[in-house]
Design a protein around this ligand. Structure first.
Ligand SMILES: *[C@@H]1O[C@H](CO)[C@@H](O)[C@H](O)[C@H]1NC(C)=O
Length: 123
């Protein structure tokens, strides 16, 4: 019996498989952790920031919000480059799945950063 309901369910299942197959990862899988390094530079606390791609697919052109970002310590621009109100991670290079990158900066208070943009590779 080919009821319309069964046909509809079958279509949903196929759609689900297709989107799953394309990629289950998104910008939401980019997680940012900030911890106090314990050092103080020019009177400002130093912070270690770790950005993790918490999904299986690579993501490139990762940007974080960083409005007003400042640091008394030089930040490695190959890892974190300020471009206006956003900062580009690892020059836009690909961050593989479940890999992380870290950098340090010194300022008080720390900056609250969120992922703002990325390109998810299919995998
Ligand atoms: C912070 O980063 C520095 C430089 O990579 C490292 O030596 C230190 O162990 C880190 N500290 C913490 C608390 O993660």
């Amino acid at each position: 019996m080919a009821s319309p309901v069964k046909a509809f369910v079958a279509v949903l299942l196929i759609l689900g498989l297709v989107t799953e197959g394309l990629c289950a990862c998104s910008l939401n899988d980019i997680n940012i952790g900030t911890v106090r390094s314990g050092r103080t530079i020019q009177g400002k606390a130093e912070w270690n920031v770790t950005v993790i791609n918490n999904c299986k697919c690579s993501q490139s052109k990762i940007k974080l919000t960083c409005k007003g970002f400042q640091s008394v310590e030089a930040v490695d621009e190959n890892i974190f480059l300020k471009q206006g109100d956003n900062c580009l991670l690892i020059k836009g290079d690909s961050l593989p799945g479940f890999r992380s990158v870290s950098f340090s900066y010194a300022w008080d208070p720390p900056f609250i950063m969120f992922p703002s943009d990325s390109v998810v590779k299919t995998c």
